[in-house]
Ligand binder design. Sequence first.
Ligand SMILES: C[S@@+](CC[C@H](N)C(=O)[O-])C[C@H]1O[C@@H](n2cnc3c(N)ncnc32)[C@H](O)[C@@H]1O
Length: 273
Amino acid sequence: MNISLADTTFTHLRDYIYERSGIYISDTKKYLIETRVARILQENKFNNFEDYFQFIKYGSNGKDISRLLDAVTTNETYFFREMEQFNVLTFGIVPKLLEQKKDLKNLKIWSAACSTGEEPYTISMMLMEKLKRPEYFEIYASDISERALSSAKEAVYSSYSVRNTPDPYLIKYFSTSEQSYALDFSVKKNVRFMNVNLMDENKTRAFRGMDIIFCRNVLIYFDNKAKQKAVANLYNSLNPGGYLFVGTSESLHNVTRAFRPNIMNKVVAYQKL
Ligand SMILES: C[S@@+](CC[C@H](N)C(=O)[O-])C[C@H]1O[C@@H](n2cnc3c(N)ncnc32)[C@H](O)[C@@H]1O
């Protein structure tokens, strides 16, 4: 089936997606909606994008909107992605924060756009190795994509996802069968997943008192206004002195001045003042 997407309908859909998620789809990415949303049209027997847009705007339920957001999000991720940041976390920031906490040793870490779970699970494995005390940390993980979250909870991965995983971790924490890698329960049990839209102040407000937040490789899909809103929500969730990591190719320059960029081993960790 080849349904074409008129420019005006594209603009309507693009604006709707932006209002819902902060994701801004530029004119040059029109093909992205055309191909990915066409699949939803097929599944639901819509004849054209105009009917689908009217439905999504006026007649849809949470599930339909979730299906649309699933289609337009990019969920690329893998274990031990941007490894230097995990090293700074595990060997620099975590020992320092635990030391500061003295008696009450429970660090709260939030992976705020966790996709299919590789990021929070990497943190879980590394902290298990470093601290040997799972009760010292709690990991929360969230995403807007329901499809990504259900795959995260299942925690069975392809060889592509584990391609960067050091062998000792692969051997210790995964069981392999026919090209798939199932993550061990000991790693899974430290991570709690939930559906949270970073634009949603009410939802993000549920995360309070975080010591460390990872929000990597998601702000790149937002425009500056949406970035500012998401980062303000994250700021409110962090403890004073807490740290925010964004992707290594991203920066909070031009987004906010509320954090102090700390450079450790060439890694930038944004500290809440
Ligand atoms: C490219 S993945 C990044 C995954 C991981 N953080 C990493 O760096 O490997 C981007 C994720 O952001 C999620 N996302 C996009 N917009 C979001 C929003 N408004 N709220 C929460 N998550 C969102 C997508 O569903 C996707 O899973």
